[in-house]
Design a binder for this molecule. Sequence first.
Ligand code: FAD
Length: 317
Amino acid sequence: MKVTEHLNRADKTLLSFEILPPLKGKSIQNIYSVLDPLVEFKPAFINVTYHRSEYIYKKRGDERFDKVFIRKRPGTVGICAAVQFKYHIDSVAHIICGGFTKEETEDALIDLSYLGIDNVLLLRGDASKNERDFIPEPGGHSHAVDLVRQVVDMNRGKYLEEDSIQGYKTDFNIGVAGYPEKHFESPNLKSDLKHLKEKIDAGADYIVTQMFFDNQQFFAFVDRCRAEGITVPIIPGIKSITAASQIHSIPRTFHVDIPEALIDTIEKCTTAEAVKKAGVAWCIEQSRELVKAGVPCIHYYTMGNVDAMRSILTEVF
Ligand code: FAD
């Protein structure tokens, strides 16, 4: 079933998870050991992230270097299929522009369609670790909106290089990313919302937000979206802090603020266990307030934290 069908049919707040493919060389069991203890909470859908390949320089015997591409976390399409097969829960495949040509993207979408995976979250991706700015692959897309247009074309039966041929119409439900605290490259929220609206106008069906730790940021974002004429469902994405180091790494990586009250609480903790407890307590309060506000679904960035997730879900759902 499509994400928006889940949202339309629900009479209460749903929940969903986001998981990362395991590092290359690990087995699918790594996914099952995260999901087995969580599926009893009946997630409406499970997202699987996509990771671009990075290049490294490998020393050769003759003192020269080879530029080698490695993808540390392959397997998104396979994991989506495994999730649907094993748990009978809809999966959402993330598809990114970075590192892919349009043809490679089309092939991946055809695989997903054949596997019965009709939910995609379309993203630009971040700059490669070796680059300062995002550089599209030659023959690839520059922005998520271009990816939305490609998928919408396929949903109309239009494939690349085949303008005149009516192909099979795929049936993808399309999610895109939104940023309550604005995307870090955007000069201001208004400009970011203009581009968010372009993704919706191009055919995206719903929005999932970047993580935030202050619900007021989310509520204000939803109000701004509605004022700009964005009417699709907006799913809040949240995460529990599980280690003291995250109060520095999360803002650096995701460009979001952590409220003073949460920082104060974490800094007073004297053990790792106390930090985890404080993070869980904050996430429970955030979740409860979001449920009370009637959000359609809460999307949890699980990041493999099974125990923390179980504690939160037991209290909230
Ligand atoms: P875009 O919508 O393309 O926006 C990027 C920037 O460009 C914004 O500042 C926007 O305002 C601006 N912009 C947009 N369109 C235009 C235009 N036409 N002209 C000029 N400027 C424009 N990354 C991964 O690599 N893999 C994942 O699986 C993944 N999952 C994610 C899931 C969620 C829910 C979120 C919120 C993020 C995820 N990311 C993932 C990170 C994401 O790829 C980055 O945040 C990336 O920097 C931006 O992606 P986007 O799709 O929002 O890009």
